[in-house]
Design a protein around this ligand. Structure first.
Ligand code: HGY
Ligand code: MN
Ligand code: MN
Length: 414
């Protein structure tokens, strides 16, 4: 006889604390970058918790981690819930972990209640969602949904590590997770995540029902000049890529967002080579992250970045080389799955609003192969990709309740 499945809030909050200790930073955040030792430790802990509960654990060739609970009809494709465990270098303890651990809590709640679902339900921890160590981001969900990964073999990380070696080490570090091919039919996907923006908190709403995700594009700009002596090279003889880079970034930051409030442009990383205090740099490389809800505007902004970098490089008798390292078109989620999430929120008498995500998520790629949607909960001051990221414990648990109700409805459709 099955009981009504219920989220065990204390168990979930305890799990969040335990995982926050993996890669914990002194300032209270986490540094658990993709395919790092810390990422492997978090994957191991989740797999061990799953095996203790009698669930089956799998991984695929890009190190996506799956935890499966059987349904009454094994012929049906599994319903997936989850998020990611990897973090930014100075990330927060909830970005990704909340969705992954809440999904595991859903599986435990179903198990505790001996509740049956028609479809199997699988928890997934997608590999390398962040992309900050190894670009592009959302590697796991891209590979799972059919992206051509051949070019990834040669990727070198921001820290100089080889993706292929780190990926191999991550997979072999968890032999208990049986290997299975990446990609398979799924019935649907729902992801719980913090909003990473201020609107839910400002409007005092506990739940956001995400209807779409805006597009993202990453560019890597390299400006080539001529290195030279800091003390003896007159201005007239300088070909200084640092001057060109600063001028280009300043022009972009004083035009793109001030003229279009929906646009986002971020230069997150800049490096000069050789990086010597008394040598004019030979080259300066920087990253540009651009976002926009309208696809055609991404093209407009990318063209502007290319034009401005070329012009400022030429003004310093330098050259600019720009490559696109990530292109994630925005998309809308399935209205049916959005309705299911709304029905779950209503069944819990929760206030909610529909919203678009400014951050990208694995759900965006899953939406290409199955009905998908997302649930947001508020985070303090909308802060994320910051060690001070914080979610009220009650809000985290409410999000898990909505995820549980959504999974029960979606995995056992009437
Ligand atoms: O960058 C993003 O939008 C995601 O949070 N990784
Ligand atoms: Mn995330
Ligand atoms: Mn993130």
């Amino acid at each position: 006889m099955s009981l009504t499945p219920r989220i065990d809030g204390d168990r979930l909050l305890g799990r969040l604390d335990a995982f926050a200790r993996i890669g914990a930073t002194p300032a209270g955040g986490v540094n658990r970058q993709a395919f790092s030792v810390e990422d492997r430790r978090a994957r191991r802990l989740l797999a061990e918790l799953a095996l203790e509960r009698g669930f089956t654990v799998f991984q695929d060739g890009i190190a996506n981690l799956f935890i499966r609970r059987e349904g009454t009809d094994a012929t049906l494709p599994p319903f997936l819930i989850g998020s990611h465990l990897d973090s930014q270098p100075t990330g927060g303890r909830f970005d990704g972990a909340l969705g992954t651990l809440s999904a595991f809590e859903v599986l435990e709640a179903l198990e505790d209640a001996r509740a049956e679902t028609r479809m199997p339900v699988e928890v997934v921890a997608w590999a390398n969602e962040e992309g900050s160590r190894f670009a592009p981001g959302v590697m796991g969900s891209m590979a799972f949904t059919g992206a051509d990964t051949a070019a990834w073999k040669s990727i070198v990380g921001a820290d100089g590590a080889l993706l292929a070696a780190e990926l191999e080490a991550t997979i072999t570090a968890l032999p208990e997770a049986a290997l299975r091919p990446t990609g398979m039919p799924i019935s649907g996907y729902v992801e719980l995540h913090i909003e990473q923006g201020p609107s839910l908190e400002k409007e005092q709403l506990p739940i956001g029902v995400v209807t779409a995700v805006q597009g993202t594009r990453w560019l890597e700009v390299s400006i080539q000049g001529t290195s030279g002596h800091a003390g003896t090279t007159d201005l007239a003889y300088r070909r200084d890529p640092m001057v060109a880079a600063i001028a280009a970034i300043h022009r972009l930051q004083t035009t793109i967002m001030p003229l279009d409030s929906s646009a986002r442009l971020t230069v997150g990383r800049i490096a000069a080579r050789p990086g010597s205090i008394n040598a004019i740099p030979q080259s300066v490389a920087f990253t540009v992250d651009i976002r926009h809800p309208r696809a055609e505007q991404l093209n407009v902004i990318e063209a502007e970045v290319r034009q401005v970098c070329a012009a400022e490089a030429e003004a310093q008798h330098c050259t600019a080389v720009i490559k696109r390292s990530f292109d994630m078109p925005g998309a809308a989620f399935s209205p049916d799955m959005v309705n299911t999430v709304e029905e779950a929120a209503r069944s819990l008498q929760l206030q909610y609003k529909q919203m678009i995500s400014g951050a990208f998520h694995d759900a965006l790629f899953l939406a290409r192969v199955a009905p998908a949607a997302m649930i947001f909960v508020p985070c303090r001051d909308g802060l994320s990709h910051n060690e001070a990221e914080y979610v009220e414990p009650g809000d985290a648990v409410i999000g898990a309740h909505v995820l549980l109700r959504t999974a029960i409805m979606a995995a056992s459709p009437r």
